[in-house]
Structures are given as structure tokens and as C-alpha cells.
Design a protein. Structure first.
Length: 415
């Protein structure tokens, strides 16, 4: 293959331009991998209009799309999260047949599963007679048991269902086939890496799925410094128990900062309880809930804040941490999952261990007070955070890393 572009098939069920989360992973993987390989992307027919509109506006050389969806009658299954997961699982059967036909025409060097980024559902493309790469996939992160008792009843139920679904998934013969067929399985975190090895993946390495386009990084890096006072902390995300916002509010109550505010952006079922907690701690007016905001307003709020607080209790990714660091905002997070890998302790922020809620709140409060009162430390962390994102968490860097995996697998196959 010396001097020739590799022919790669990327499975990306979720893949849409201009979107975040899973669709953004699929789209950015496709666009940036196509800089280095001849890439075919197999995705849902439902994504076709947005993809083709974007490509007509801004063509991408070496990028081709193939579309498949289940019959229209099955769309009724997609209601709710569980329905989406069922539809995705069944989609894999038809996607395999479509990929097999495409491979007969093209002759791929590599088949790569990109989205969904979840390790306990299979990718039937692993059964093709082509070297298979799986991931980055995540979901192996678990909330420390000592925190479960601090959750609401609905939060505890969510964790029980999630753990049960993962237990079942790990015993699915198709998931184990996917793991065993993967020449290299890319895990978003060390926790997922351990689980991939346990279900039979022969070679596993950690590779975060979190990355930003250079254009977005430049936009974030251009944020001006906010006014010195009041110091503003920011948390951003869906208001769910496992996101740990209750820990952030408790810590803010304890850090004894008279001239400080805590801004929370997002909505979800935990909002009422969080607002009640803030009032109970005497923080009404200083803890501000903005609800769900358009992206442009989220960025305005981030630019007005000094420090990101991200106390998530299990998370494979954590894009907001990378975005905050690109904007030069130090991050305070728990040393768990994806955020724990992104943040360098005492360099780009502060990582707090998560032994139990009392200890975590105490240490979060200490970190919040330290960064609020030490402007020189914040400035040092701000500069280091921007450098770290530029070096590790941009899509062209991520794409090169994955293409090197392709070449490594092919070299091993030919040796």
C-alpha cells in the first residue's frame, strides 16, 4: 500500500454536520479521516439530506457516503431512549448486508466502527473479511458505590437499569464477537479499556473520542478574559443525578466566597431538586439557573465565567471540559472517566478524587476557593489548558492517530 490511499469503510450510524455528541463524532471522524484515506461512510438514510446539503456547500475530497435504514414501519420503535437502542441494534443487521455488498465493489483495506460510541452493543461489520477497528467506544465507567446512596430515587433507578443493561450487553454473543474480531479496540477511558479486555478484545488502547475542529478551537481561544470580579463558576450539561451538580452546589456553599457566582446551564429532571438545594444553602441569587440555551448564548456565558466545575460521576467524554480548556478556563472535575483523562491536575485544572460524597464536596470546595483567590495560578492554568487542547484534542490530530492505527494493523497483517 506504499504511496496509495487506504480504502476504509467507516460505520457511523450517528453522523450529521453541525451537531454535537454522537452525530458530531461521526461527522468529524468522516471529514477528518478523509484527509488521509479514501473513506466510505455507512450511515442512516435519515442523515442524508443534512449531509448532502453540507457537502454541496463545502465538498470534501475522498469522502463517499452510503445510506441504509430499516423499513419505515419500524420507525415507531424509536420512541424514547430504549426504542433508539433497539432500532440501532436491528439496524446493524441490514448495515452488515449493505457493507458486504459495498466491500465486494470497493475492496476495503480497513473496516472501522465509529458510532455509536458504546462498547456493550455490537457492530456486525466485524464479521466482514477485512481487518476491523472498533472505536473509540466507551460506557465502561461506573459511579463509585459510595455515591449511589446520595442520589434521588429516580437517579438510583437509572444507575440500576444502566448497570443491568451493560451486564446483559457484555454477555451478548454478538458483542463478544465484535470484541474478539477487533484487531485493535479503542477505548475512551481506562475503565472501558479494562472491560473490553474482559470480554475478549485482544488488543486495547485508550483513545478519547473528544476533539474539537480547529475553527472552533480558534473561536474559543479568542475569548477575552472576564472581569476580575465577581469570580464566576460554570457548570454545563443535562441536569441529571449522575452529572453531580448537587456536589458542585454543596461545594460552592462551603467555599466561603462572598464575591462569587455559580452559573448552571442546562435542563433536566434534577432541576427542581437542585434549585431547592441552592435555596436551602442560602444561595438564591448567587447560584443562577439559565436552563437550556442556544449554542451562541452558551458560548457568551462561558466567556463571562472564570472556571468550569464538572463533577460528573461517570462519563466517557466530557466535551465541555475540552471546550472550557480551549477557552482558557481551568477545569475542576472528579478524577473519573473522560474528564479525569483530559484534565492535568494542577496544570490545566484540579482533579478531585471521588471516594465518597463528603470527601468530594470538601475537596471541590477547596479547589474552588484556591482557583477563585489565586489569579496567577488561574492564568498559568489558562495558558496550559489552551496548549493541551491544541496538542491533544483537535480533530486533525485525532484523525492522524487513528490512521496510524490503520497502518499498524495492516503492517501486522502483512508481516
Amino acid at each position: 500500500m506504499e504511496g496509495e490511499r487506504l480504502k476504509v469503510l467507516l460505520s457511523a450510524y450517528a453522523c450529521e454536520p453541525g451537531k454535537g455528541s454522537e452525530p458530531g463524532v461521526g461527522w468529524n471522524l468522516a471529514v477528518h479521516l478523509a484527509k488521509y484515506v479514501e473513506l466510505w461512510v455507512l450511515t442512516r438514510t435519515n442523515n442524508r439530506d443534512s449531509i448532502e446539503n453540507e457537502l454541496s456547500r463545502q465538498p470534501v475530497p475522498n469522502l463517499h457516503f452510503a445510506y441504509y435504514d430499516l423499513p419505515n414501519l419500524t420507525r415507531v420503535w424509536k420512541r424514547g431512549q430504549r426504542g433508539i437502542q433497539l432500532y440501532y441494534y436491528l439496524w446493524q443487521f441490514g448495515a452488515y448486508r449493505a457493507a458486504r455488498r459495498l466491500n465486494e465493489k470497493v475492496g476495503f483495506n480497513i473496516v472501522h466502527h465509529g458510532t455509536f460510541v458504546k462498547y456493550w452493543t455490537p457492530s456486525f461489520l466485524a464479521a466482514l473479511p477485512v481487518p476491523f477497528i472498533w472505536g473509540p467506544v466507551g460506557g465502561g465507567e461506573s459511579m463509585p458505590n459510595t455515591f449511589v446512596r446520595a442520589l434521588s430515587s429516580s437517579g438510583k433507578l437509572y444507575e440500576y437499569i444502566r448497570n443491568a443493561a451493560r451486564w446483559v450487553g457484555e454477555r451478548d454473543p454478538f458483542v463478544r464477537m465484535t470484541a474478539k474480531k477487533a484487531r485493535i479496540a479503542l477505548a475512551t477511558t481506562t475503565e472501558t479499556a479494562r472491560r473490553l479486555a474482559q470480554i475478549g478484545a485482544p488488543a486495547v488502547r485508550v483513545c478519547s473520542q473528544v476533539a474539537l475542529p480547529r475553527s472552533e478551537m480558534a473561536q474559543l481561544a479568542a475569548f477575552p478574559e472576564p472581569p476580575v470580579s465577581p469570580v464566576r463558576f460554570l457548570s454545563l450539561g443535562r441536569l441529571l443525578d449522575w452529572k453531580g451538580f448537587f456536589l458542585g452546589i454543596e461545594a460552592f456553599a462551603r467555599c466561603e466566597l462572598a464575591d462569587a457566582e455559580y452559573w448552571i446551564i442546562g435542563d433536566g429532571p434534577a432541576r427542581r431538586e437542585l434549585m431547592h438545594l441552592a435555596a436551602k444553602r442560602g444561595l438564591t441569587g448567587r447560584v443562577r439557573f439559565f436552563g437550556q440555551l442556544p449554542r451562541s448564548e452558551v458560548l457568551e456565558k462561558m466567556a463571562a465565567c472564570h472556571i468550569l466545575v464538572h463533577p460528573s460521576l461517570h462519563e466517557s467524554g466530557g466535551w465541555v471540559c475540552a471546550e472550557a480548556m480551549a477557552a482558557g478556563r481551568p477545569v475542576i472535575c472528579l478524577d473519573l472517566g473522560g474528564p479525569g483523562l483530559q484534565v492535568l491536575d494542577q496544570e490545566t485544572g484540579v482533579k478531585v478524587s471521588a471516594r465518597d460524597p463528603e470527601q468530594a464536596v470538601h475537596d471541590l470546595a477547596r479547589a474552588m476557593k484556591q482557583l477563585a483567590t489565586d489569579t496567577q495560578l488561574r492564568q498559568q492554568m489558562s495558558e496550559a489548558a489552551r496548549r493541551r487542547v491544541a496538542d491533544q484534542f483537535v480533530w486533525d490530530v485525532k484523525a492522524k492517530e487513528i490512521v496510524n492505527v490503520y497502518r499498524e494493523v495492516l503492517a501486522a497483517s502483512n508481516s
